[in-house]
Write a protein that binds this ligand. Structure first.
Ligand code: KG4
Ligand code: ZN
Length: 335
């Protein structure tokens, strides 16, 4: 089987062609970064207009690079939510049009489930583990920070999530207050890569341990903004240490909570997905502190992409599920 994946939930227009076993034949991403960066975040109206301009080219390019044509595609998978409704609808309508015109089955995919399935694509080390379950997955992106327990394929128990901001949101805001563009994560990572991560103290979790698997990043986010306002000299002269210290505080929260849950639920391994999972300091720290195997997607598949959507759709389709032309966008879809 060959699947076409389409992803337009946020600011990247993406299309991919994969094989049934999760082998990626093409993975195309038209980034909108340049259109949003001056605003310090994503402007929904710009995002949907750009998706509308780019979606056709992106799908054609994915087909071209894969060496396939639409006639050899057996399934069209598209992100149905969560995300920006105006953005999601562009991908969904493109998928519906192709499905209707070419009589191809259509399936809507949860974006978070897509991130989880980035771990099972053929190029990921986890795809070669014969029985990875129970598996704990940390989803850590611009909109979500949650811990998910998987006892088998396509089953999810959310055991903890953030009470307030997502980890990506905190680092994006910190970068914005430093005067850098969007997304903030890669900028902060680059600046802090040679910095002293213990030079400045940023707070960890700000609430009592009553919910051991919950996260909170609003305290850290506020402390970051406050630090920038109160310490212009440190920001000017010591930006490497400032960014390294902030990133380190954020990562410590993620690592501490994840390893506690992994231990308590007696899992066989830990997977980390979503944009922030591209972070090298997070990868190194978790690998160093975990006595269980830790799995990450390839860095290019940590951030939004359509290969993960194609694969999650395939998993559902092989179970006999599919959607019809009533498929709709859901901005607040949970797992
Ligand atoms: O998964 P993603 O591409 O989109 C969402 O579904 O939200 O995640 C985007 C988030 C942004 O907050 C971005 O700053 C963060 O992931 N991010 C990173 C890195 N690359 C992207 N955070 C830390 N280090 C990175 N290398
Ligand atoms: Zn995402």
């Amino acid at each position: 089987m060959i699947a076409l994946g389409i992803e337009t939930s946020c600011d990247d227009t993406a299309a991919s062609i994969i094989e049934e076993n999760g082998k990626i034949l093409s993975n195309v991403l038209s980034s909108q970064e340049v259109f949003h960066k001056d605003f310090g975040g994503i402007v929904p109206e710009i995002a949907s207009r750009k998706h509308s301009e780019l979606i056709g080219y992106t799908i054609v390019e994915a087909l071209k690079l894969s060496g396939k044509t639409m006639s050899s595609v057996d399934l069209i998978s598209v992100t149905k939510g969560p995300g920006l409704v105006g953005s999601l609808l562009i991908g969904i309508e493109a998928a519906k049009a192709l499905s209707f015109a070419l009589h191809k089955p259509l399936i809507g995919v949860n974006h978070l489930e897509g991130h989880i399935y980035s771990l099972f694509l053929d190029c990921s080390p986890l795809s070669r583990v014969s029985d990875p379950f129970p598996l704990l997955v940390l989803i850590v992106s611009g909109g979500h920070t949650e811990l998910v327990l998987m006892r088998s394929h396509l089953t999810y128990q959310v055991i903890g999530e953030t009470r307030d901001d997502a980890a990506g949101e905190a680092v994006d805001k910190f970068a914005r207050f430093l005067g850098f563009g969007y997304p903030g994560g890669p900028i902060v990572e680059k600046l802090g890569s040679n910095g002293n991560s213990n030079a400045y103290k940023f707070p960890g979790l700000s609430f009592k341990d009553s919910s051991p698997y919950e996260f909170s990043f609003s305290g850290l986010k506020t402390a970051g903004v406050y630090f920038i306002e109160k310490n212009p000299d440190a920001v000017r002269e010591n930006i490497q240490d400032v960014t390294a210290s902030f990133e380190n505080a954020l990562i410590n929260i993620l690592v501490e909570r994840t390893l506690k849950a992994a231990h308590d639920f007696n899992v066989r391994g830990v997977g980390v997905v979503g944009g922030v999972s591209a972070n090298e300091r997070l990868r190194k720290t978790l690998n160093a502190k975990s006595d269980l195997p830790v799995y990450f997607p390839a860095k290019i598949l940590s951030t939004d992409n359509a290969s993960m959507i194609a694969f999650a759709g395939l998993m559902h389709f092989k179970r006999g599920e599919k959607d019809d032309l009533m498929l709709d966008a859901h901005s607040r879809l949970g797992l």
